[in-house]
Design a binder for this molecule. Structure first.
Ligand code: GLU
Length: 290
């Protein structure tokens, strides 16, 4: 059997905070317990929000914490051609369809449905499921719009995708003590999710399953906020014929008000802690890694 391989996969759109430190340290501890390797992946598909100084800061903050990574660092922005191949492989099988809707148009379609008394289902993140507007577009209109350069995302045709499932779709879970179990996956709750964005040829979901396979990841360790997304990830792995790793979703570090830490909310960064004299040892102790 090949060596267990884990990854820590931050997005360089802000400075790392204690939540990232906890995730990275949890990955490192589990990798060590399993006698495995720990890789670093920079998830920089969001070209509008990625900044080079945040990439460098990830390296600096992780080194400051005393974390070492194996193998070369993978940067997603260097692999767009691979995501194009994966996207197109799904699209030719009619498992994806182009969607020309703007956010405003989707919101209006949902308001309209709700006004007519329909109950609009929501995805696990609380967003209304896409109402399928572009699924119904005639083929010649789709071709004309694409030929005319109309911006579009690619959405999962969830009905077509689920029709390809012949055996129960499951998520393999593992606990830090190494014990494993399986739970059923329910990707239908994500509806016709966006698999490739309009600005880049992938979404988080497609890039993450592609890269986990490319990097030979056997054990995914990440926060509970991504647990529900795993249902969609195992579906994409099945459709693309990729191996499915075992998953462990750890608890989240929360602020005084009970909210999870977030760059967007200005949570104190590791750099802020360092600037006020907090040592890496104190950060580890604070997070239970003394
Ligand atoms: N890039 C994601 C984040 O920073 C993590 C993705 C993953 O671990 O699957 O939240």
């Amino acid at each position: 059997m090949s060596r267990p391989t884990l990854r820590f996969a931050p997005s360089p759109n802000g400075r790392l905070h204690l939540g990232h430190a906890f995730s990275a340290l949890t990955n490192a501890r589990i990798a060590q317990n399993l006698g495995g390797r720990l890789l670093l992946r920079i998830e920089d598909i969001d070209l509008g929000r990625t900044r080079p100084e945040f990439v460098q800061a990830i390296f600096d903050d992780l080194a400051w914490l005393g974390l070492n990574f194996d193998g070369p660092v993978r940067r997603q922005s260097g692999h767009f051609s691979e995501y194009v191949r994966a996207r197109d492989a799904l699209a030719v099988r009619k498992l994806l369809y182009p969607c020309f809707c703007s956010r405003g148009r989707i919101a209006a379609a949902i308001t309209e449905r709700e006004a007519s008394g329909a109950r609009v289902a929501r995805d696990p993140d609380g967003a209304p499921l896409y109402p399928g507007t572009c699924h119904a577009l005639p083929g010649d209109e789709v071709r004309a719009r694409i030929d005319g350069g109309a911006p579009h995302t690619w959405r999962l045709d969830s009905a077509a995708a689920l029709a390809e499932i012949t055996a129960p779709l499951v998520i393999r879970r593992f606990a830090p003590d190494g014990s494993q179990d399986t739970v059923p996956a329910d990707p239908a709750r994500w509806g016709d999710a966006v698999i490739a964005r309009r600005d880049v040829p992938t979404s988080y979901h497609l890039a993450v399953v592609w890269d986990d396979a490319e990097q030979g990841i056997s054990h995914v360790v990440r926060g509970q906020d991504l647990e529900a997304a795993t249902d969609l990830h195992v579906l994409l792995q099945h459709l693309l014929g990729l191996p499915s790793p075992a998953y462990h979703h750890h608890g989240l570090i929360r602020d005084e008000t009970g909210d999870k830490l977030a760059k967007s909310k200005g949570s104190e960064s590791l750099a802020d802690l360092r600037a006020r004299g907090v040592t890496p040892g104190a950060v580890r102790a604070m997070l239970g890694f003394a």
